[in-house]
Design a binder for this molecule. Structure first.
Ligand SMILES: [Mg+2]
Length: 265
């Protein structure tokens, strides 16, 4: 019989842990650190880049494992167990993804798309809502192409279908959508868990926290799925049995759902 329980929280950052406008979580920081000091593992699973997530660790004096670019790569699992790898790359490179995109998307669609990486920094700043020094980190993308889609909803569905048929996906987050390889937050989480389970003898209990479409599959796969209130995301159609929902947005909503989940464990 397994003696110890190891709780692992897989969490989205923007709009879930971090305030969607200020990207801060000061309000609940003490609680966040308390969880870590109790031995709970927290793994950010974000559309952010490796550079942004390393910066998040550094700015907050943290040493967390993390999943970057919507499940494209897994980092620093060796912080959980020394036998685990420092880096696992799941996705193809951004150049390969760009080539597939160029070959398969018609000019008609291309005209409806704004490429964030090609904009002037002031425009990038406006769309991403980040301070200038953080923009540099946000555009260091290794596995995904951030875009704004300027067409109708049905055109967007058609665009998604064409991408899917060419082996790519789109991942809708808070401010932008990303064209990615056939990856997602859920698959990367499963891969990380599979590796962690091989090294730890403990019973592993997972909590998943998100606030948007690109988090749903991930939280669904966890033992305690949690959804933080997001006024721009209609969660009424989400069909998850034991879903824990917050009444408040991030960051307060994050600590609320975690407290509820921990009471249930
Ligand atoms: Mg989010």
């Amino acid at each position: 019989m397994k003696q110890k329980k190891q709780i692992i929280i897989f969490t989205d950052l923007d709009g879930s842990l971090l305030d969607k406008d200020t990207f801060e979580f000061n309000e609940i920081e003490d609680y966040f650190r308390e969880l870590i000091s109790k031995g709970i593992k927290i793994i950010p699973n974000s559309s952010k880049t490796e550079a942004e997530l390393l910066d998040f660790n550094e700015q907050n004096n943290l040493d967390l494992s993390f999943i970057a670019e919507n499940g494209s790569s897994i980092h620093r699992l060796n912080k959980i167990h020394q036998n685990l790898p420092d880096k696992i790359i799941i996705s193809r490179t951004i150049d390969e993804i760009r080539n597939i995109y160029e070959e398969n998307i018609s000019l008609d669609f291309k005209n409806k798309i704004t490429h964030i990486l090609e904009l002037e920094i002031e425009k990038q700043q406006k769309i991403l809502g980040l301070p200038l020094d953080k923009i540099k980190l946000a555009i260091k993308r290794n596995h995904s192409i951030p875009i704004k889609f300027n067409g109708t909803e049905s055109e967007k569905n058609e665009f998604t279908k064409i991408l899917k048929n060419s082996g790519l996906t789109i991942q809708t987050g808070g401010r932008i959508i990303n064209v990615c390889d056939n990856v997602n937050k859920s698959k990367a989480m499963s891969r990380a868990l599979q590796l962690i389970r091989k090294q730890l003898d403990d019973e592993i209990i997972t909590i998943g926290v998100g606030d948007n479409e690109n988090d749903i599959e991930m939280i669904k796969q966890t033992d305690y799925p949690c959804l933080v209130k997001n006024e721009n995301f209609d969660s009424s159609l989400i069909n998850i049995d034991n879903l824990i929902k917050s009444d408040e947005p991030s960051p307060k909503g994050w600590s609320d759902v975690i407290k509820t989940a921990l009471q249930k464990i």
